[in-house]
Every structure is written in C-alpha cells, then in structure tokens.
Ligand binder design. Structure first.
Ligand SMILES: Nc1nc2c(ncn2[C@@H]2O[C@H](COP(=O)(O)OP(=O)(O)OP(=O)(O)O)[C@@H](O)[C@H]2O)c(=O)[nH]1
Ligand SMILES: [Mg+2]
Length: 341
C-alpha cells in the first residue's frame, strides 16, 4: 500500500466506525476542486462502497421559504430514536461562504445537538467540472456539479451508518430533477394559501414528486392549509387519472404535527419498494444517468483544457458574435480540429 492508499484506508475505517469528524472531512475532500483531494475521495468511496446503499434517501424540495429546513428538522427529530439521520442540503444559488442553507443551520438546532444526527450544508455555487468561458457556465451546470458532490456525500453518510438521508434542495428550475436523481423518494413542499402557485407547480414537478406536503398547518394557516390540501388532491386527481396518485400530507413543523402519519406512509412505501425491486431499479437508472452525465462533464472539461482550444476560443466566439459562422458549424469545426474525423 502506498501512502495515499494507507490514508484512504484510514479515512474509510473512521467513517465505517461512525466518526462524524472523519465523515465531514471525507465530504470536504469529495467537494474539493483539487485533483489530489478528488483522488483521495474516490479511493475512500471505493473502499466504503460495500457498506453503502442501505439508507432511505429522501429528497425534500420546494420554493424558498416554504419550510424545508424546519420540516427536515422536525422529521429528523421525529425519527431519531429509531434512525441515524443525515441531512444534506443543496443550494445552487447561495454563495460559497454563506447563503440561506448555512443560515438554515439555526433551524436545525435541536437535530444538530443529537449525537445520532449529521447535518451538512453544501458549499453551493461551486461548479464541479464547470469551467466557464465566454461568461457562460459550460460542461455540467452548477446544480449538476453540486448534486454530484451530494451524491458522493450520500454514499459516505450511508457508510457511516446513517440509515435515513434527508436531502434538502430549493425547488427552482431543474433542481427537482437533479435531486430526484439522488433520492429514492422526493417530497415536494407546498405553502398554504398558494392557490396561484399551484398552477406553477403543476407542470413537471408533479411527475417527479412522490408525495406532496402542505407545510405550516398551524395557527392562522390551519384553514388555508386544509384548503391547499383539498386543492392539491383535486389537481392531482385530474392529472393522474390513471396512474397511481402521489399522496398529499399536511404538517406543521412548528407544532410538530402530521409527522407520524407522514413517516409511517413514507417508510412503508419505501419498504414496499425495496421488497418489489423498485428502489433497486430506480437507483440503477440513476447510476446510469450519473455515469453518462459525468462522462459529458469530464470530457468537456478536458477538451476545454486543451491549449489549442483555449487559444482558438476567443476567435471562434468573435466569429459567432459577428455572425460569420453558426454555433453548430463552429462547434463541429473545433471538435474536429482536436479529435479529428
Ligand atoms: N407557522 C409556521 N411557520 C413555519 C413552519 N415551518 C417553517 N416556518 C417558517 O417559515 C420560514 C421559512 O422556514 P424555513 O424552514 O427556513 O424554510 P426553507 O424552505 O428551508 O427556506 P430556504 O432554505 O431559505 O428556501 C421561517 O420563518 C419559519 O419560521 C411551520 O410549521 N409553521
Ligand atoms: Mg432551508
């Protein structure tokens, strides 16, 4: 064993012993943009791989402020006596040093105090393999990059014995799809009184969400929450005339209500899907998609790093701007000049 392998083996052993500090350090390595860190992280993940895959991976998505962090903390606390919970947060929009997710930590204080919980905000805003040129992000968008790290973090958490992994992500744009590709089940959180918003979430997200959750069903929002529940059930009924309908839950993180029923159904559903092979099927499909995505990201990254490409890039971009060539023709020419054919 060389020094590198010895270090990887030590880290892997620490993770398997359930050391939270070692787990955190390994995730930092996986998130690092340095090649040697990435190498080490890959080695660690390879070492622990046989101990992964046993968790219930639950995605929690929804618009900013809908109550995701509060929900995750309440759910985490609810199941803490039976499960070792890990919380991972993806926030593609937050700057590296801050952002709402880090602020969120305050919403998970109770969970964070537990020895059995592990909470990890993502750095956000970093782009794995996303070299940028011409002002645009290229080769794997930011979200795909952050999600790629989260995927490795999930495996590391599982190796450390966390049997429930909750992944919080802000539901904007394509992020539901990225988080759906990380998780076994995806919950979409909806704010009460969001009648107009219901129109907005009907498209796309309904297809990837396995269940909907109306949040903040307490105080003045109790009645609007009940109405939102009815509206959602009706909307889903129309859309899922033949397919199985995703259930709609109502809960209050503040009053800690609704979580027993929600968890009973979610965990039973998951157990059923493990039994039937649905989870294995989903994860196998996810693995293939991640593999294809990674090939794209890594090939593009190395292509752009070629000195001839870097040199030609400003000239070609100018040609496109001045409409002396089309993007398609320019791209074909450039790829051909490097790869031949
Ligand atoms: N009344 C009530 N308010 C809640 C509940 N859950 C969250 N809130 C409030 O809603 C606001 C947003 O809560 P968060 O849990 O931070 O929401 P979030 O979706 O994680 O927010 P971002 O991560 O910034 O997108 C806070 O002011 C919470 O106090 C709840 O169950 N009842
Ligand atoms: Mg949050």
């Amino acid at each position: 064993m060389n020094a590198h392998e010895t270090r990887a083996a030590e880290i892997a052993a620490g993770i398997l012993r359930g050391e939270r500090g070692t787990l955190a350090r390994a995730i930092t390595l996986a998130e690092s943009s340095r090649d040697d860190d990435q190498e080490l992280a890959s080695q660690v993940i390879t070492n622990v791989l046989p101990a992964t895959g046993k968790a219930l991976r639950l995605g929690v998505s929804g618009p900013p402020g809908v109550g995701k962090s509060s929900f995750v903390e309440a759910l985490g606390c609810h199941i803490l006596d039976r499960h070792k919970v890990a919380v991972l947060a993806i926030d593609p929009s937050s700057p590296k040093t801050g952002g709402s997710i880090l602020g969120d930590k305050t919403h998970m204080e109770e969970l964070a105090r537990s020895e059995r919980a592990f909470i990890r905000p993502s750095p956000g805003g970093t782009s794995f393999g996303g070299s940028s040129f011409g002002g645009s992000s290229f080769g794997g968008n930011t979200l795909g990059g952050v999600a790629a790290h989260t995927r490795e973090a999930i495996l590391l958490c599982e190796a450390a014995g966390h049997d429930v992994v909750l992944v919080e992500t802000i539901g904007v744009g394509q992020s539901e799809y990225a988080v759906a590709d990380l998780c076994d089940l995806l919950l979409l959180l909806v704010q009460p009184g969001a009648g107009d918003e219901l129109q907005g979430i009907k498209r796309g997200i309904m297809e990837v969400a396995d269940a909907l959750v109306v949040t903040k069903a307490d105080g003045d929002l109790t009645a609007p929450a009940r109405r939102a529940h009815q509206d959602l059930v009706a909307a889903i009924h129309v859309r899922h005339a033949s397919a199985p309908m995703p259930p709609v839950f109502v809960c209050s993180a503040r009053e800690r209500t609704g979580f027993a029923e929600l968890w009973r159904e979610i965990s039973a559903c998951h157990a059923g899907w493990v039994e039937s092979g649905e989870i294995a099927r989903r994860r196998a499909a996810q693995d293939l998609r991640w593999f294809e995505r990674e090939i794209e990201v890594q090939v593009v990254k190395r292509f752009l790093a070629q000195s001839s490409v870097a040199a030609a890039m400003p000239i070609v971009i100018a040609e496109i701007r001045e409409r002396r060539t089309t993007p398609l023709v320019a791209a074909r020419r450039m790829v051909r000049s490097v790869l031949g054919g």
